[in-house]
Design a protein around this ligand. Structure first.
Ligand code: SF4
Length: 466
């Protein structure tokens, strides 16, 4: 294995957006992109660094320690961070690890849990050291991997899990990318490209993706189709699985019952809304169970976009081409949020996760239903605006309460945001997406750490106390 440049990485916080659609939409195991996917990638990257050491540095007395800071330290076991890191250290990626491996990694035979050298024996939770929630590192979710031997520190890397499964590290530089024909960093700039080029938002994102990654249209469509198919599969698994979710909260899956009940309704409005709810529950419950989902933009918010996708396909009869356009439009909104604010609950609370997912779904719906780019942006803005200030307070550190229901609320809000955007007098729309994103970033900056994925405030505390 070679060292890990080219793993999922985040754009720099300046200049134009250079994130690929497939860095935003990733297939992998839940329940939290910041706490499982990025830490798994950190484990994988460090394993590659270990493998790349010169033979004389692969000493038998070497011992690995992984320090965790921020919400990674606070919401550690509930979010499955321990098992994700161990799975990465064994050489698995989020895409290639067997669906049940992260949750079952500690049950592997001892010989399969060994690193290629060192003195610590089979990998176990003993390698983890919990640092403080508040610290001096630039990102809340920080991990430090240290390999020590009698000679001192043989290897050390400081990683940052910056939201949505994106991983950076100390000294990280953005990957080299091709020059985009329509570079943008704000919604205003994106709209200017729409006017100048006569292209739609998804056409612009497609052209940029081709230039950034060097892939042709057919390859990008193929990848989009596999992402859409992964979403379909997560909905299908979720609506056909019942029983209790992992953990101590005694939360039972509801999606299958909600889907059955909604399907039996005669009233078309309640049936539509009931199914939209059920599909969002389905994926969120899969995520909570550590199942394979698509980050959209994160694991915690993974239920919103697939539920809208499923309704577009099953209820509105949209075909694959329309779904691809919807996904590219949703990606544009996710890029803007990530670039100008954050999509990490640990940085800005749930407004950056379910709020952004709702904005992405609203934009997708408006685009697929044929509205112009201003209405698409307005739909996204309305959906985001009415999630501003939303905290992240997962009870017990599990991505279950309030996360699962919150995805359903995000999906319904996306539908309503699109309705308002398409019916209002467009010139009288007063808030644009750039303003809402700025408000989200500033609100997130002011949010106490107890409301940013540490399970130390809000419902996480009140549910336990009452
Ligand atoms: S409350 Fe929202 S941001 Fe926090 S873990 Fe749940 S879904 Fe993610």
């Amino acid at each position: 294995m070679s060292a890990g440049k080219g793993l999922y990485s985040m754009v720099a916080d300046h200049g134009f957006i250079t994130t690929s659609v497939f860095e935003l939409f990733k297939v992998g195991p839940g329940p939290s992109s910041s706490h499982t996917i990025a830490p798994m990638l950190a484990g994988l990257d460090f394993r590659r660094l270990m493998d790349a050491l010169p033979e004389e540095k692969k000493r038998a007395d070497a011992c690995l320690e992984v320090q965790l800071y921020g919400s990674l330290s606070a919401a550690f076991t509930g979010h499955g961070t321990d098992k994700a890191i161990l799975t990465g250290l064994l050489g698995y990626t989020p895409e290639n690890c067997p669906p049940n491996l992260p949750s079952g990694v500690l049950g592997l035979p001892e010989q399969d849990l060994r690193l290629p050298f060192g003195s610590q024996g089979p990998l176990s939770p003993k390698i983890f050291v919990h640092g403080p929630v508040e610290h001096q590192y630039p990102y809340s979710n920080t991990l430090i991997f240290v390999l020590r031997d009698a000679g001192g520190q043989a290897l050390r890397r400081v990683y940052y899990s910056v939201g949505g499964g994106f991983l950076q590290w100390e000294g990280w530089t953005p990957p080299e990318r091709g020059k985009q024909p329509h570079p943008f960093s704000t919604a205003r700039e994106l709209q200017a490209h729409v006017i100048k080029s006569g292209l739609s938002i998804p056409q612009i994102i497609l052209q940029n993706e081709k230039a950034l990654t060097g892939q042709n249209t057919a390859a990008i469509h193929e990848k989009l189709d596999s992402i859409i198919e992964a979403m379909r599969r997560s909905v299908a698994r979720g609506v056909s699985t019942e029983g209790a979710l992992p953990g101590t909260l005694n939360v039972y899956r509801k999606a299958a019952r909600l889907a059955r009940k909604a399907d039996a309704l005669d009233d078309p409005i309640n049936r539509f809304l009931g199914l939209l709810n059920a599909y969002a529950f389905a994926v969120s419950e899969e995520n909570a169970a550590g199942g394979v989902i698509v980050t959209a933009p994160t694991c915690g918010a993974a239920g919103v976009l697939p539920s809208m996708c499923t309704m577009l396909e099953g209820y509105f009869g949209m075909g694959q081409e329309a779904l691809r356009a919807g996904m590219l439009t949703a990606a544009a909104i996710g890029f803007l949020a990530k670039h100008n604010a954050s999509i990490a609950g640990a940085e800005v609370g749930c407004q950056g996760e379910v709020g952004v997912a709702s904005a992405m779904a609203a934009a997708m719906l408006a685009q697929v239903r044929g509205y112009d780019s201003v209405i698409v942006e307005n739909a996204a803005e309305i959906a985001l605006e009415h999630h501003l200030g939303l905290t992240c307070d997962p009870v017990g550190g599990y991505v279950q309460i309030p996360c699962i229901e919150r995805n359903a609320m995000g999906a319904l809000k996306a539908y309503n945001a699109c309705l308002v955007a398409m019916m209002e007098d467009v010139p009288r729309h007063r808030v644009n997406l750039d303003m809402a994103l700025k408000a989200m970033a500033e609100t997130g900056r002011d949010m106490l750490s107890k409301y940013r994925e540490t399970s130390r405030g809000g419902l996480a505390v009140c549910m336990a106390e009452c």
